[in-house]
Design a protein around this ligand. Structure first.
Ligand SMILES: O=P(O)(O)OC[C@H]1O[C@H](OP(=O)(O)OP(=O)(O)O)[C@H](O)[C@@H]1O
Ligand SMILES: Nc1nc2[nH]cnc2c(=O)[nH]1
Length: 178
C-alpha cells in the first residue's frame, strides 16, 4: 500500500481537479443560490468532493450526510448496504446529493429513489467523476453536475479509496495492471 501511488498512473492532476470543482460550483451557484438547498454528502467517498465544493459556494445551504456503500473496500460492487440514513428531513426541500464517482450508477439511483420516496421537492446529483463505459444501471443517465470523465479503470484519490486507503491522494490515480 505504501508504494501504491508510485505504481499508479495519474489520470487527473490536482490543478485539473480543482478547475473541475470550480466549474461545478459555478453551475450550482447559477441554479441553486436562491432555493435554500440541503446538500447530502454520500459517505465515505463524497467527503472530499463535498468539502471542496462547499467552500466554493457563497449562498445559504444546509449540509447533512448519508452512508450507503456497495463496494466496501473491494474493487467490484455488490448489493447496496445502507449504513446511515439522512437526519435532515428532505420533504419539500431542494436536495443535492454529492458523491465522488458515478460508475455503474447503482448507488446514486438508489439514493435518488430514497429521496423521491421521502418527498424531496427537487433532487440534483453531483459527482466529481463519471466513468466512461457501457455498463450503466440506467443507460445514458448522467449526473446533473459532473466534474470530470475518466477511463474505465478502478480509480482512487480525492475521496476515492483503493482497498480503504489513499482517499487522500491529491489527484485521480489508477493502479497499473488492474
Ligand atoms: O456507481 P456505482 O457503481 O454504484 O459506484 C459508485 C459508488 O461506489 C463508491 O462507494 P463505495 O461503495 O465504494 O463506498 P465508499 O463511499 O465508502 O468508498 C463511490 O463512493 C460511490 O458511492
Ligand atoms: N474508489 C473507487 N470506488 C468506486 N466505486 C465505483 N467505482 C469506483 C472506482 O473506480 N474507485
Amino acid at each position: 500500500m505504501r508504494d501504491l501511488l508510485a505504481q499508479s498512473d495519474c489520470l487527473v492532476e490536482r490543478p485539473a481537479v480543482e478547475a473541475a470543482l470550480d466549474r461545478m460550483a459555478e453551475q450550482m451557484t447559477r441554479d441553486l443560490a436562491d432555493c435554500l438547498p440541503v446538500f447530502y454528502c454520500v459517505m465515505n467517498g463524497g467527503l472530499i468532493t463535498t468539502g471542496h465544493l462547499l467552500t466554493r459556494l457563497g449562498f445559504p445551504l444546509e449540509v447533512d450526510y448519508l452512508h450507503a456503500t456497495r463496494y466496501r473496500g473491494e474493487t467490484q460492487g455488490s448489493k447496496l448496504h445502507w449504513r446511515v440514513s439522512p437526519e435532515i428531513d428532505m420533504r419539500d426541500r431542494h436536495v443535492v446529493i454529492v458523491d465522488d464517482i458515478l460508475d455503474e450508477g447503482t448507488t446514486l439511483a438508489a439514493i435518488i429513489e430514497h429521496c423521491q420516496r421521502n418527498g424531496a421537492a427537487s433532487i440534483a446529483s453531483a459527482v466529481l467523476v463519471d466513468k466512461r463505459h457501457d455498463r450503466k444501471a440506467i443507460p445514458g443517465w448522467r449526473a446533473d453536475y459532473c466534474g470530470l470523465e475518466v477511463e474505465d479503470r478502478y480509480v482512487f484519490g480525492f475521496g476515492m479509496d483503493y482497498k480503504g486507503y489513499w482517499r487522500n491522494a491529491p489527484g485521480i490515480f489508477a493502479p497499473r495492471g488492474l
